[in-house]
Design a protein around this ligand. Structure first.
Ligand code: TRP
Length: 339
């Protein structure tokens, strides 16, 4: 069997479930834009088929999909450089997912911690789609023979499953067809924590709106949330070790570093010794400077949903040009009669 070398291709997906926040921006969107600008082929997908594994109000789902598209574009994803589309407009994802339903084993999916968390105690009442979700995710990635997938730590297990599916498929059919995809896991610096509790991830489901900066917050809201963010009475340290037991301080310094494209070390060598009364206004200025234009741009884009829909349709068309021949070859390998 000859070893096939796959050209580098980046794929990632985000669920259109509403309320994008700073964690999504620094952990995903900003990194996606950076990958796009490195000259690699990039595909970014709003995974609407994944969203309906739990109930979604149809009108809200449409709105969230368009808002997510606006968030991508406002964050620097250029639809001329990256393929930007919603999953359901490329039917090959769902078609390949069926093949993978027949490759993946029940035992593999039974081990998925995200399913256990999401289904909770009420497993019998979870949708079949929620259980099979990782197979669709594997199809999202492998329908493009994507080699690299930027994701959060919580998705690592799903990427391992994707690798297991590719390996089993290649082995069962005696081919070297699907690549063994590499996860590109976010670093600690882009993991954004709650502004009210530095030990919890920033999340759209936190009941306190003050715990997160959303991507649609205007300058005033951004400033207010940072001014009220929880801190401690100590001055900032000059070395990273000094942030060890100070989750809130560490979070604000991390946010500053990520927004200013500096390392935490660089930031601390500048601000070490300062009190929060001095550091917070610096962070407010930086955050407003970087984030307010994004929220303004999202607002502008959302005024014209028809234009967003055109962009997504065009992105889907380009994505299908890659996906369709890969699905064809897959069907051929599996033994489907093709007319
Ligand atoms: N499961 C991912 C999440 O919840 C979203 C997702 C779906 C995804 N398909 C993907 C991410 C493919 C990366 C690649 O965050």
């Amino acid at each position: 069997m000859t070893e096939v070398v796959h050209t580098p291709r980046v794929f990632s997906g985000i669920q259109p479930s509403g309320d994008l926040h700073l964690g999504n921006y620094l952990g995903a969107l900003k990194r996606f834009a950076e990958a796009q600008d490195q000259g690699i082929e990039t595909l970014y997908c709003m995974v609407d088929l994944h969203a309906i594994t739990v109930w979604q109000n149809p009108a809200d789902l449409k709105r969230a999909t368009r808002e997510l598209a606006a968030g991508f574009i406002a964050s620097g994803i250029d639809p001329e450089k990256s393929m930007l589309f919603n999953q359901s407009q490329v039917p090959e994802h769902a078609q390949l997912a069926w093949i993978f339903n027949c490759v993946a084993r029940m035992g593999w999916l039974n081990r998925m911690t995200q399913f256990k968390d999401k289904a909770g105690k009420n497993r019998e009442n979870a949708s079949v789609g929620l259980f099979a979700y990782p197979n669709l995710m594997a199809a999202d990635i492998l329908i493009y023979h994507a080699t690299h997938v930027p994701v959060g730590e919580d998705q690592k297990q799903h990427i391992e499953l994707t690798r297991d599916i590719a390996t089993k498929f290649n082995h069962d059919y005696g081919v070297d067809f699907f690549p063994i995809t590499e996860p590109v896991i976010e670093g600690a610096a882009t993991r954004v924590m709650s502004l009210r509790d530095g030990s919890k991830k920033m999340s759209k489901s936190d009941p306190s709106d003050m715990s997160r900066i959303t991507m649609t917050d205007d300058a005033d809201a951004i400033a207010k949330k940072i001014r009220k963010a929880k801190t401690d009475p100590e001055a900032l340290p000059s070395e990273v070790e000094g942030l060890k037991e100070r989750a809130e301080a560490r979070n604000l310094v991390n946010i500053y570093a990520a927004l200013s494209d500096n390392t935490v070390d660089q930031v601390l060598s500048d601000v070490g010794g300062k009190q929060f009364s001095e550091f917070k206004p610096m962070l407010v200025e930086l955050a407003v400077d970087k984030l307010a234009p994004i929220s303004t741009e999202m607002g502008r884009l959302m005024q014209d949903p028809a234009e967003i829909d055109r962009i997504l349709a065009k992105g889907a068309q380009k994505a299908r040009a890659i996906a369709a021949p890969i699905l064809d070859q897959t069907y051929e390998i599996v033994g489907m009669v093709r007319g």
